[in-house]
Design a protein around this ligand. Structure first.
Ligand code: WTA
Length: 646
């Protein structure tokens, strides 16, 4: 383990500002209504109760959803650390996202306003989404997709992407969405690991004004993906793309003979049946396929959307993430649809075409809840207050952030300029593995800039030393969770041993891989990763992925990648490279290697700095000591850090 990010502890401990919630908001809060139903009006007492009544809490949440058949056992360990929730239940998350709403007024409600990259828009009601999903499910069924099959999806943020996910899930098949910022070899690796049968993509699309040649990237990947039988191509831009006869099919041609009243019944799944696989980066080796299941995941994202964002029937909720990351899965697609909320789907980027894009979208759709990243906020701060000031942001009532630590300055800027010094900022901590938010304020808690505040109900979070003993107030340590929760990943696809490591680093608790502190009022401050995961602009990358890409270049003998603090992106990538004999360091070589990683892993993994070296610090067994490189780079002593090495 390395990179203990305890650098900011001092300034954070000095953070004394507390912003109390507004009494009217507290009075109307979803979480308060639930607390009162259990006889509480104080979060601390309620939280303590929830730790003792974990199953009662989750049973209550699950009962708000539709089950084809109820569960007989709420929670059970099978063989530790493998566990199950809502055992015996029959369920389909899509029935709850769509079908259930067809019997209520939600049917005619807007499911999504889609804001395309070029500023054009499209509106879809729940019924529209239901129709599109059913037709696409039929098309997939016609191609032989059935329960348990894997479907890879590589698309921009469009209504068709949402429908592709839901159509797959409707059939009981398993989707694996690959973020559009990944290159062909990353796509290929994920398709092969999942052994996907079908790939769904688009011809081309623009993001932030830049062309992304989806189909072309797919074709490169498809040269080495033997399991793919069919490729479905949506005409996002109508560009001409090569189509391989017998394999590639245009979606509009597949759909044209499938009538609007087609209904493909939802497959009745077991609670624990696989819903999706989402690849994420770890410390070592190739990306891991995090597995989520229908029942527990649905209950977890449903409840957290309801309580953290305090979703009400008339809200217009906008999560700015890309659906290719877990934030999009849980809080653009499943969580909001389970709640029957109206969402905004955003295909573009924060600064395109100008640094007021976000604020123009808020004004255009009268957004009431916005959920974004600290990187986006820091990026926009640089352009000044005049950009948000041009827009009417009075519709907003709740602000949120996710993906990386938010520094108090950015938090204050957000609250002041976007939240008119009044709105609550939900700094939500969670991970691909956790499926749903675990540590976060709700609108009833006083807020502290830069703090994710308290664990949500039933979440037994703590900060401990390497032996699992709680650290003193204000001291840095490892973030752990002591008991499973419903939306927790069930395994790593095809690699249960790797899943076990999460519960074995410190025996019998979930090891999150983050450093944290708890202050004197019990508030958590998450400081960053303690392993070799790098968070660049909130995007999760592994040192190893970047290094393997570099050593695949003919001039590179060895490489080490680290995350270095960055004022906007949180971290940026620095790599140390040893060239093979006969190659000389040069600016041209720097550019070539950057380009190599860009085309190999993807634009998001492009190194910002490359330094040529003649040796790398290593352990006796030959492992590169990235923590030493990082400490040196930051001019820090190594003392403390070494004792924490796993
Ligand atoms: C980081 C994103 C500080 C953390 C949902 C975690 C955060 C990793 C926060 C997971 C937050 C996420 N404050 N750090 N509010 N939220 N992180 O899997 O390091 O892409 O381990 O999931 O993001 O990243 P992932």
């Amino acid at each position: 383990m390395s990179n203990l990010g305890f650098e900011n502890t001092d300034t954070i401990l000095m953070e004394e500002r507390l912003f109390p919630p507004s009494p009217e908001v507290v009075e109307r809060a979803n979480i308060m209504a639930y607390m009162k139903s259990k006889g509480f009006d104080n979060y601390e007492n309620f939280y303590r109760w929830s730790l003792e009544h974990r199953e009662e809490f989750w049973n209550d949440m699950a009962r708000e959803l539709h089950w084809f058949q109820p569960w007989h056992t709420t929670f059970q360990w099978t063989e530790k650390p493998f566990f199950q929730w809502f055992v015996g239940g029959k369920f389909n998350i899509v029935y709850n996202c769509l079908d259930r709403h067809m019997q209520t007024a939600t049917r005619q409600k807007v499911a999504y306003y889609w804001e395309a990259d070029d500023g054009s828009s499209r509106t879809l009601t729940y019924e529209d989404l239901y129709v599109l999903t059913n037709r696409l499910a039929k098309a997939l069924q016609n191609l032989g997709v059935k329960k348990g099959d894997r479907v890879a999806i590589y698309m921009p943020v469009t209504p068709e992407l949402v429908a592709a996910m839901l159509a797959t899930t409707r059939l009981g098949a398993i989707h694996t969405v690959v973020f559009g910022g990944f290159a062909a070899s990353a796509l290929e690796e994920r398709i092969n690991d999942a052994r996907a049968k079908v790939l769904i993509t688009v011809d081309t699309a623009h993001r932030g004004g830049k062309l992304i040649e989806y189909k072309k990237i797919c074709d490169e990947a498809l040269a080495n993906t033997p399991t793919i039988e069919k490729v479905i191509v949506f005409k996002r831009e109508g560009t001409e793309v090569p189509m391989q006869a017998g394999r590639d099919l245009f979606a509009d041609e597949l759909l044209q003979d499938i009538p609007n009243d087609t209904v493909v019944p939802c497959e009745e799944m077991d609670s624990e049946d696989l819903l999706y696989i989402l690849y994420t980066s770890g410390s070592t080796g190739k990306p891991k396929g995090v597995v989520h299941v229908h029942g527990g995941y649905a209950v977890g994202v449903y409840a957290t959307t309801k309580f953290v964002f305090d979703i009400k029937p008339d809200d217009i909720y906008w999560c700015t993430a890309d659906i290719g990351w877990v934030t999009g899965h849980s809080y653009i697609v499943y969580g909001p649809l389970l709640n029957g909320a109206t969402g905004v789907l955003f295909e573009s980027t924060p600064q395109y075409p100008a640094p007021d894009r976000y604020w123009s979208v808020v004004e255009k759709y009268k957004v009431t809840i916005i959920y974004t990243s600290p990187t986006a906020i820091r990026g926009l701060m640089r352009f000044g207050e005049e950009w948000p000031a041009k827009h009417d942001l009075s519709s907003l009532r709740i602000l949120g952030t996710v993906g990386e630590p938010i520094n108090p300055e950015a938090w204050m800027w957000y609250r002041h300029n976007i939240g008119r010094d009044a709105l609550p900022v939900m700094d939500t901590w969670w991970q691909t593995e956790t499926g749903a938010i675990l540590i976060s304020p709700t609108v009833i808690l006083p807020l502290k800039p830069g703090s994710a505040t308290r664990p949500l109900p039933t979440i037994d979070a703590a900060v401990v030393d390497k032996d699992g003993n709680p650290v003193e107030t204000g001291k840095g340590g490892f973030l752990i969770i002591r008991h499973p929760w419903p939306s927790m990943m069930r395994t790593i696809y095809g690699d249960p041993a790797r899943y076990r490591t999460y519960w074995e680093t410190i025996p019998d608790v979930y090891f999150a891989g983050d450093a944290a502190t708890i202050d004197e009022i019990g508030y958590f401050r998450i400081q960053g990763r303690v392993d070799d995961v790098i968070k660049v602009a909130g995007h999760r990358l592994g040192s190893m992925e970047i290094e393997s890409s570099l050593v695949s270049h003919p001039a590179v003998a060895e490489a080490a990648a680290i995350g270095k603090p960055d004022p906007v992106k949180g971290e940026h990538i620095k790599v140390f490279v040893i060239l093979k004999a006969g190659n000389e360091p040069s600016e041209a070589m720097v550019q070539e290697l950057k380009q190599h990683v860009r085309t190999n892993v993807g634009p998001i993994a492009t190194p910002d700095e490359i330094e040529f070296v003649t040796a790398l610090p290593k352990t006796r067994s030959g492992k590169i000591m990235r923590r030493v490189l990082r400490a040196r780079e930051l001019g820090q002593p190594l003392g403390d850090v070494t004792t924490l090495e796993a």
